[in-house]
Ligand binder design. Sequence first.
Ligand SMILES: [Mg+2]
Length: 224
Amino acid sequence: MIIFDLDDTLYKEFTYVDSGLKAVAADAEEAGVMPASDAYALIKNAPDVASGFDRLAAIALESETYELFDIQRMLAVYRYHIPEISLPSDSKKILDHLKEAQVNMGMITDGRSQTQRAKIMALGLDAYIPADKILISEEVGTDKHWPTAFELMMKRNSSESSFTYIGDNPEKDFYWPNKLGWKTIMLIDKDRVNIHPQDLNEITGSLYNPQFTIDSLLELSSIV
Ligand SMILES: [Mg+2]
């Protein structure tokens, strides 16, 4: 069975971040703070998203907006907006290939339930992975720093002879699956655009490191 991570594995997370910032910018216009294009530029030009939001909230506070426009509102819009993201062609190709080959597929992803589900729907991943094989940390109760989701996946698919996890983040994606006897594969961030750095553990054989690395998800067709 092949289990995927979501963010920066099946699609690039920066595209979600950008989609979220556009939603916040549109909301700023709706609240009467400033035109959406100006709000978007303001956040994009800030050193980071948090300070961009701070700046926007400060401007809203000084100006006479129609509605309360604060950090809480921006975070809610960002987290719960309907994302405009799409499945990269490599992801679609490999998922089509695995589906065609009738390989059992699952997903283990960290994040808020509503946020991750909105991404899954926008990417059309529900066409490939059945609902009971999609495990989201907020619903499971623990994130990937704990074995819970990996153990639950094994329990729900006890007839499977092997498990493979495909992820991007050595800080938390491979430790538990390695420990539980899974095969672990890291998709290399060739373009260096991932949200989390891919710093491998310097200790050879560390359980934090993946057993294999790939440059493209298409390589999975020969590995599995
Ligand atoms: Mg990830």
